[in-house]
Design a protein around this ligand. Structure first.
Ligand code: NAD
Length: 277
């Protein structure tokens, strides 16, 4: 199985499918990430907040795969937007992962009440300049947060990782990204399972002889977004990667996109201000 890549705005290629690791049981994370690599995934999404960078790093080391064939993303935790805190937190990530560099480092949330995300961004720009992150980006940024980053920063974020699934199509945020060369990464691409029982999705899946999860993930891929579904079930890890031998016709794409009802499973970026301190 060959997973297509997308070129980020600095020419770095990101595999369009990755493996999500939020809330994986820590004791199982190493083995589940290894399962994902066996199933063909070459991209793994973790975060300081998930407290599993060490186990992800163990899987990377145990896989025996050449480092340049793997794409590893991690994210700056909310308590560390101050410049020096961000640099120190990044060092701890590299140490936990056991890596010399990551492929992508993100500001996890903008935390607008704290108002220091452009300071955090300046620290990420330094990390990028040092070569220890091949690309940098943001997560959960609304267009008005991105405008400030574009105005005050010197590097255009390579990605914006936001909640996207059929019940939350995120047309405005995605269009802003497309206009500025910022790739959209769709987190909770399955709506944490909430969209999988939808009758429209079930009907499309039945007609194509696929599972609802495969149809939803295929919908994301054909929209051009990057996805990293999470599963702690080995069979589903395999199922969620079998996406490259079928295509949804335009009418199915339209029918799934029409399910948008602005429904979030997670926090709204303008309201999320928990630094975890
Ligand atoms: P998801 O949409 O990937 O859903 C995961 C859940 O869907 C699983 O726990 C399981 O219950 C179900 N599922 C998975 N595969 C299935 C299948 N084939 N059939 C039936 N059910 C299936 O949700 P997620 O884990 O929240 O999001 C994916 C990844 O996105 C995370 O692991 C994390 O890496 C990232 N993420 C980032 C942020 C952020 O703020 N940047 C927030 C949430 C998630």
């Amino acid at each position: 199985m060959s997973i297509p890549s997308i070129d980020l705005n600095n020419g770095v290629a990101i595999p369009q499918l990755g493996f999500g690791t939020y809330k994986l049981p820590p004791a199982d994370t190493r083995d589940l990430v290894l399962r994902a690599f066996e199933a063909g995934y070459r991209h793994v999404d973790t975060a300081q907040m998930y407290r599993n960078e060490r186990e992800v790093g163990e899987a990377v080391a145990a896989s025996g795969l050449p480092r340049d064939e793997l794409f590893v993303t991690t994210k700056l935790n909310n308590a560390f937007h101050a410049h020096d805190d961000a640099l120190a937190a990044f060092d701890r990530s590299l140490e936990a992962l056991g890596l010399q560099r990551v492929d992508l480092f993100l500001v996890h949330w903008p935390l607008p009440a704290q108002g220091r995300y452009t300071e955090a961004w300046a620290a990420l720009e330094e990390i990028y300049a040092s070569g220890r992150a091949r690309a940098i980006g943001v997560s959960n940024f609304q267009p008005h947060h991105l405008r400030r980053v574009l105005a005050e920063g010197t590097v255009v974020p390579a990605v914006n990782q936001v909640e996207v699934h059929p019940y939350l199509a995120q047309d405005e945020v995605r269009a802003f990204g497309a206009e500025h060369g910022i790739v959209t990464e769709a987190w909770s691409p399955l709506g944490r399972g909430a969209v999988l029982g939808d009758p429209v999705i079930a009907e499309v899946a039945r007609r194509h002889g696929r599972t609802p999860a495969q149809v939803v993930l295929r919908w994301h891929l054909q929209r051009g977004d990057v996805v990293f579904p999470k599963s702690a079930t080995p069979e589903r890890i395999v199922e969620n990667a079998q996406l490259f031998d079928f295509e949804l016709p335009a009418d199915d794409m339209v029918a799934i996109s029409a399910l948008d009802r602005g429904e979030r499973t997670g926090s709204h970026p303008d309201e999320m201000n928990d630094t975890g301190r």
